[in-house]
Ligand binder design. Sequence first.
Ligand code: HEM
Ligand code: HEM
Length: 204
Amino acid sequence: MQKSSKPNPIVMTMASLGAALLLVLLALLLTGVPDANRGVIRAAGLLAYLCVFMASLASMFMREIVKRVGQPFMKVHHTWVIAGLVGMVVHTTLMAWRSGSLSVYLPRFDSLQVFLSNGGRPALLLFALTALTAVFRAAIGKNWRVLHWLNYLAFLLATAHAWLIGTSFESWVLKVLGAIMAVALVAVFILKRARKPKSKKVKR
Ligand code: HEM
Ligand code: HEM
């Protein structure tokens, strides 16, 4: 009997999350962490950023994921989404705890520079909104997808936020990587709208 060549889903999940964690540690090593508390805040922010990127990028490769990874798109999407949301919760809860105020969750509109530097705040609200509306998509109807597009905007806001105040992003390596990731998702958004819908349904 021929053995299945499809990778084990648990191994795949652990390996991909492990690789993401490794990249985050590399970024911290590259830029240095003088303070442990700040190190955890930054690691969680970087992990959240990388995971929502992967969740979004995966949407471009639904068929390939089913074919090559052997898992429905939604399983892979959920792995990255959950890891991303956990990262956001840790990143922002520690920020609120450190500053002793819940005002860290409120977007700031003092100027464009201040708004974008603190772009993580509106990004967090948008990610929470899109995740919630996706969970209740059956009740919302087909327009939930349009709301889900806000994930792209949230990612751009998170990129501006990391670029402008992230310690790791003082390094040009991270600056370039962040820019490439943002451009890649803009391209995903455009390409997904441009490509013709295929007749065969994808297993989600
Ligand atoms: C922070 C959380 C999330 C992010 C960043 C994210 C990101 C994305 C992106 C960028 C797309 C492609 C949208 C497009 O261009 O049409 C997508 C598709 C999708 N997402 Fe999410 N998502 C998140 C949470 C969720 C959750 C919680 C669910 C379900 C409970 C979900 C279910 C889906 C589904 C079903 C699609 C495919 C939509 C289609 O049919 O084209 N997402 N997601
Ligand atoms: C209430 C919302 C948020 C607050 C108050 C906040 C606060 C901060 C602060 C103060 C920093 C600078 C840390 C440092 O480099 O020392 C930072 C960095 C960062 N944040 Fe946020 N953030 C928020 C939301 C988000 C969200 C939603 C994401 C991504 C999904 C995110 C991703 C990042 C990243 C990638 C960095 C760069 C870390 C580094 O350079 O090492 N943040 N954030």
